[in-house]
Write a protein that binds this ligand. Structure first.
Ligand code: SF4
Length: 306
């Protein structure tokens, strides 16, 4: 589905990144969206369709209709919003990377591949992440800062952090004024803010959630502008990277257990093993992250303040 959206938007934009349909009537926009999305869906799913519809033609027709309906509904709404905001699309499927200070005084580099980067008229950046599957709860957790501080859901805050810090945004329309990497947060001050947004547009999401897109955002840096929450998030990243570098991977119920190949041998359901891991000195920095909250982003035991 990401391929469909990746192809849909660039074909619609003018040289500045504005949707090139500003004078189209609402009915024409809806028709254009529906026909283009249907076309792209059929192209991108041709192999799958051939395989499934050979044996289950009615099933495939049902799946196809559900997905196209959901995508058209979501993309049309997204397009209308972009036009109303007079926002432009700066990049589609772009990788951002930035250097971070590590716990041992060195540095590490992190990369994130954004689904889409919008530029709002006031200069703010909006990092968009499409969700085509998952529960409402999982979507809400993606923008829950506490989840990020505790190293449970990192994606949206990481995108926000990268967009703030990264001056090199290849392919961004008119992107010369975005080159501020060496100035740290200078980019943010000029741009105003970065907004991380989750856009749920799969058929599994109910219409109610689609009507509440504006709630599915996380501003970066978060909080009162004091930078303490962003600093705490960077500390979380440091702890994770440091542990990965040391080869320390604690048992973790929040991990990708459902798709883990080691699940049959895993000791996560063995309380003594779990307790040993939880109290092992090498894992302590990780489990201390679980004490972070938005009101206490630097619990005393982390050694980051009090
Ligand atoms: S099953 Fe065990 S090893 Fe696999 S992700 Fe979950 S906790 Fe980690």
């Amino acid at each position: 589905m990401h391929r469909i959206l990746q192809r849909f938007w660039p074909a619609l934009l003018d040289g500045q990144g504005h949707p090139n349909v500003r004078r189209a009537a609402a009915g024409d926009l809806a028709e254009l969206t529906a026909s283009r999305i249907s076309e792209l869906f059929d192209e991108e799913t041709a192999l799958l369709a051939a395989r499934v519809s050979r044996r289950y033609p009615a099933l495939w027709q049902g799946v196809r209709s559900r997905w196209i309906e959901a995508l058209v509904r979501g993309v049309y709404r997204d397009l209308r919003r972009l036009l109303e905001e007079e926002a432009r699309i700066g990049a589609v499927e772009k990788t951002l990377s930035a250097e971070f200070a590590s716990v041992n005084g060195g540095s590490f580099s992190l990369r994130g591949r954004l689904d889409r980067l919008d530029i709002l008229p006031d200069g703010s950046l909006r990092v968009v992440d499409y969700k085509t599957a998952g529960s409402v709860n999982s979507v809400k957790k993606m923008i829950d800062l506490k989840e990020a501080l505790r190293a449970e859901r990192l994606q949206i805050p990481l995108y926000g952090e990268l967009a703030v810090r990264c001056g090199d945004l290849p392919g961004v329309s008119g992107g010369g004024d975005l080159s501020a990497a060496s100035e740290g947060q200078g980019l943010l001050r000029r741009r105003g803010r970065v907004i991380g947004q989750v856009l749920p547009i799969g058929p599994g999401f109910d219409a109610d959630l689609l009507g509440r897109w504006d709630e599915l955002v996380l501003e970066w840096p978060p909080g009162d502008g004091s930078d303490s929450l962003a600093e705490s998030f960077r500390h979380t990243l440091q702890v994770l990277v440091d542990m990965a570098a040391r080869g320390s991977f604690p048992l973790n119920d929040y991990g990708p257990c459902q798709i883990c190949e080691y699940a049959p041998a895993c000791r996560k359901s063995h309380p003594p093993s779990v307790e040993r891991v939880r109290t092992a000195p090498s894992y302590r920095p990780y489990f201390l992250l679980k004490e972070k909250t938005k009101s206490k982003p630097f619990p005393p035991a982390t050694g980051m303040g009090g």
